[in-house]
Write a protein that binds this ligand. Sequence first.
Ligand SMILES: Nc1ncnc2c1ncn2[C@@H]1O[C@H](COP(=O)(O)OP(=O)(O)OP(=O)(O)O)[C@@H](O)[C@H]1O
Ligand code: NI
Length: 289
Amino acid sequence: MLTIEQLSLRLPHYGTGYAAWWKRSWATCLDNLSLHFLTGEVHALVGASGAGKSLLAYAIMGLLPASARLNGQLCYQGQLLDKRSQKTLRGRELALIPQSLNALDPLVRTQRQVAWAAERAGQSSGSARQSARQALDHYRLDTRAQQAYAHELSGGMARRVLTAMAHVSQAQLVIADEPTVGLDPHQRQRVLAALRDLADQGKTVILITHDLRHALPIADRVTIMRSGKLIETAPAHAFQGTGRSLTNAYSQALWLALPDNAFTLPKPCAASIADKAAGIKAQQEISVA
Ligand SMILES: Nc1ncnc2c1ncn2[C@@H]1O[C@H](COP(=O)(O)OP(=O)(O)OP(=O)(O)O)[C@@H](O)[C@H]1O
Ligand code: NI
């Protein structure tokens, strides 16, 4: 349903220090990515902080900064996805549940915000109000939460409001950027279940996370990213045992570095020791972050 072909992204980057602040160079933030997302799947994008996950989401949504230099091609339902079509499809066919909860308007009550999302997708104001109520009920937000302002919601509730907005937009492609950050296990479970539910209804869900453990229970496939590059795409069930079905040492290391898997660590062979060490370090950095 969405195909990415040889996508590269460069962003301007300014020197530091008195002598160099005005010098502009270009940083390659996404490096020649090719990837295909299927209808009805939860596809997890997993990688450490700075891997390029959010930038890939912005590239798909057409929300990159004006200075961005993008090469390569995006195709949605067989049609070229360019700036113009992204603008038309955003909020209708394509929805982003953003990483920052600041995306909620602090001055508007929950139900009204969700109704606006439905109106943007083409519903009349009456039916938008009804869709908003239904969606918020569906995500188990009670009447009090539906009438609350953003600052009165818990992190988990706010994520479910953002998910309800994606739900009423009827989007076929939903990208959830780090939806589990800062949530307790119960809230996290609810948010992940809501995303799985969207995929089971035939939508495509891209789940961006730095935590493989959160992705695996609901993902069909997992793509590992590192420093703007795609490392490996594998079915979620490949992440088991000693990770032998994974083809890349970094993916294996990410899997084996999870706390519950530490005891299965095999004696690393000389050729992969460096990459495994890097992977474990990345995982530790992630855990600290
Ligand atoms: N507007 C920007 N201008 C220049 N560089 C940027 C910009 N946005 C992001 N970057 C750089 O691109 C790289 C990838 O950023 P991105 O936000 O996509 O990472 P991420 O994988 O989503 O990380 P996180 O898990 O921390 O959200 C980082 O090194 C970041 O510093
Ligand atoms: Ni991000």
